[in-house]
Design a protein around this ligand. Sequence first.
Ligand SMILES: Nc1ncnc2c1ncn2[C@@H]1O[C@H](COP(=O)(O)OP(=O)(O)OP(=O)(O)O)[C@@H](O)[C@H]1O
Ligand SMILES: [Mg+2]
Length: 476
Amino acid sequence: MYSIRWRFVIIYLILVGIIFGLVSVAVSSMVENYLVGQYLSNAQKNANSTAVQIAPYLSDSDASSMYNIVVSNGNDMGGRLLVLNSSGIVQTDSFSSLNGIKLDEREVNDVLYGQNSSSYGFHLINDSATGDDFWSVYYTSSIIHNGDIIGVVLYSSSLSDVVRATSLLQSQTLIIFILACGVIIISSMLTTNWITNPINKLTEVAVKISSGDLSQRAGIKGKGEIAELGQTFDMMCDKIQNVDKQRGEFVSDASHELKTPLSSMKILVESLLYQDNVPEEVYKDFLSDINGEIDRLNRLITDLLLLSKMDSDIMTINLETTDLSALINKCVEALRPIAQTRNITLSVNLEGDLDIECDPLKLRQALNNLIENAIKYTQDDGHVNISSKRHGNEVAVQIEDDGIGMSKEHLQHIFERFYRVDKARSRDTGGTGLGLHIVRRIALMHSGRVEVESEDGKGSKFTLILPISQAHEEWE
Ligand SMILES: Nc1ncnc2c1ncn2[C@@H]1O[C@H](COP(=O)(O)OP(=O)(O)OP(=O)(O)O)[C@@H](O)[C@H]1O
Ligand SMILES: [Mg+2]
């Protein structure tokens, strides 16, 4: 009963019921009025003609002629005719039962004592033979002789034909209504299928998806609201499946990355454990390697936590108006000691006073990753240049090095999680392959982007492009 199909059936039935009810009342009252009108004009004609016919006989008190006329006219007319004198006393009755009785009906008095030459009214009469009530019309017409009202003709006729006709009409309307209901139920059952089928399909797919089968799709074609709902639903499923796939990949990549330093540590520890009389220098050497792996593990976990924070919308951006040059200088100065150990020159060439709207902590992390990479992937005695330039509403921060660079095929992958061009080398330098991915996420959080140009053996140029002011306060 709660299904769409039944709701449609019930709504249609109610509508059709109301329409049929109104039409049936209107038609039967029109038919009733028309038939009653016909009866009245008939009664008027009959009473008037009988009054004219009877006038000379009433004046002569010719009872037998009057009786013959009322009986014959009454039979022809299908009703009852009475002739009353000017005192309202019945002189002749075509049914012969009221002779000599005074009739005090309104219609008689209207004619005898009022100004009207005729009158009519409706009466509910009880049939003493059957006990049933029926409606009857009374029509009176004055009998005039030599200009004087000498009596009244009263014509009465049962309206049961009219009642029968209207009730027949009503019962036929009811039959048509019942048939219409049948047609409505069957047709709405059939036609609602094309509405309910796609909805049922959606429910079926949603149930399968919620039980874990993300490959299911509704595949509803066409146009209109329901098709649109189906197509949007499929799009949503694509996204869910994609997110699920990425999450799976992330977990397996992360586990793999976490396992590598652990395996190295295990080998180092075991080789110490199972060797006797290990010299102290070897111990120290191995322990320092283990320490390096612990640092790597620590960095990896920190980066993974940061990424997972970015994935689950916990991370919001805290915008502040920041002096970009001061921020870049802080990063450079923090990394200069590392560069100096390898005699790498860090030169800075910045746009003058430039305040930008950014999250300074996150932006510093992005710049740090880029400058750190430039130092990391440049040979000793190399050069790294950091510059910034304003272009309209944007600022481009460029980190250029003359280091090892990379060939074209790597450029499209380096922003992916855990991607490293030379895994062995990267591991030596403690890289996890998450740095550039984080840089790109931070750029996107600021509605910005990162671009890269690089040539194998010649160096790389990373450009971080950021809007100077943010259109929205929160990044979601
Ligand atoms: N300036 C650069 N010159 C040459 N190669 C680079 C440079 N910057 C990045 N790369 C390459 O891109 C890869 C991805 O860099 P990314 O910063 O994401 O990871 P990583 O430096 O290996 O590790 P970490 O997560 O510690 O930063 C690096 O492994 C490296 O091969
Ligand atoms: Mg890096």
